[in-house]
Design a protein around this ligand. Structure first.
Ligand SMILES: Nc1nc2c(ncn2[C@@H]2O[C@H](COP(=O)(O)OP(=O)(O)O)[C@@H](O)[C@H]2O)c(=O)[nH]1
Ligand SMILES: [Mg+2]
Length: 359
């Protein structure tokens, strides 16, 4: 079991190096300029009404989790079927399945320990009962001390979206803007990733697509100046939710720290009346590396929640358990596709039911 685990750890290291290499290596120059020409577009699209808790919502979640379900649930099901009794060997095999599904070593051991305790205190001997106990344990594990809901109940609110390049920040912002707008909220976006012109354009395209204005400056301009302008616009237009994109170049922690702390300072000074969410975006396909990214960002920001993206594209969805249990940061939203409807609020019980349900 350990041999497999270390082999996996090595593979994760290699993936991490690839992620780091794919990030820009140029150092960013932050210049003070809040007077650059602004170009905004206002396009009205039809307001869609999405009911969050419909059966189709649950089915969508289930199909979004297909690969992870194949990696965890199908293996657990066939394991339980193949064992006649509940014993230490069964627990060991279960442990291996969880580790291989990117749940993480510490979290897996925690789960197995709990399971062992419950099995003995409830005197469980039938393998068919193990799964429901496991569900209970996972549901509990996915609850942190904080709420999984976005705190945007009383306007105005500001949501700062942070995370390394490529994890899905801009896409998630587009989806979230669509979701909030369809619920009747007045939304404004700020193009705080000024590192490449393409990043600004990408947010503008999302803004057009979902019918939300985007405040932006030119490539290379100061992100804090854009956030400043966006806050003034949000106040003047009585916006409910301002969502800010940011750049994420983890390879240079000092720059990242400087850039983010400047943005946070502006927000605290200019928009102290707003409810503030700092959402870290993590890519589920990176498995355990996502946890390492979160640890780094935790040092530079007061993260209030996580958006876990690309759960549809991976069998590594088990990482959500490690994230919640090791970091004590609630997952608030999950990405299960590239479309504008493919962002869902995260609800632990529903998630576990979708993950562990049969077929
Ligand atoms: N399959 C899938 N792809 C996603 C999801 N979220 C983002 N992506 C894709 O990931 C890529 C990078 O996303 P982007 O928003 O540009 O990342 P950013 O650099 O953090 O802003 C894009 O091709 C997105 O379409 C998701 O939930 N599922
Ligand atoms: Mg982006």
């Amino acid at each position: 079991m350990l041999k497999k685990f270390f082999k996996k750890l090595k593979k994760d290291e290699e993936n991490m190096n690839e992620v780091e290499q794919s990030q820009e290596t140029n150092s960013d120059s932050i210049e003070e300029s809040s007077n650059l020409k602004k170009e905004e577009k206002c396009i009205t699209t039809q307001i869609l009404d999405s009911s969050d808790k419909s059966p189709s919502f649950f089915n969508k979640l289930k199909s979004g989790l297909l690969k992870t379900r194949q990696g965890i649930t199908e293996k657990i099901d066939s394991l339980l079927k193949s064992y006649g009794k509940v014993d230490e060997e069964l627990l060991e095999e279960l442990e291996e399945i969880l580790i291989m599904s990117d749940v993480g070593m510490d979290t897996t051991l925690k789960i197995i320990e709990r399971l062992r305790t419950e099995i003995s205190s409830r005197k469980i001997t039938d393998t068919s009962e193990v799964k429901s106990v496991l569900k209970e344990i996972l549901k509990e594990l996915l609850q942190t001390s904080k709420s999984n809901d976005l705190d945007i109940s009383t306007p105005p609110s500001i949501i700062l979206v942070i995370g390394v390049n490529g994890v899905g920040k801009t896409t998630s912002i587009g989806k979230l803007a669509h979701n909030l707008r369809s619920k009747g909220k007045k939304v404004l976006l700020a193009a705080g990733d000024t590192f490449r012109a393409a990043a600004i354009d990408q947010l503008k395209i999302w803004g057009d697509r979902v019918g939300v204005n985007v405040i932006h400056h030119q490539e290379g301009s100061d992100p804090a100046a854009i956030i400043f302008d966006a806050i003034q616009a949000a106040k003047a237009r009585k916006i409910d939710v301002l969502i800010c994109d940011t750049a994420g170049r983890l390879h240079n922690k000092k720059n990242l720290m400087n850039e983010l702390s400047k943005v946070f300072k502006i927000v605290d000074r200019e928009f102290s009346e707003a409810k503030k969410e700092v959402l870290l975006v993590l890519d589920a396909t990176t498995g355990q590396n996502a946890i390492r990214q979160a640890q780094t960002f935790k040092e530079v920001a007061d993260i209030t929640g996580i958006i876990l993206t690309k759960l549809d594209g991976t069998a590594k969805g088990g990482v959500i358990l490690g994230i919640t249990s090791e970091l004590d940061i609630p997952v608030k939203l999950i990405g299960i596709g590239e479309g504008m409807e493919d962002l869902q609020p995260f609800e632990p019980n529903e998630f576990v039911e979708a993950l562990l349900s049969e077929n």
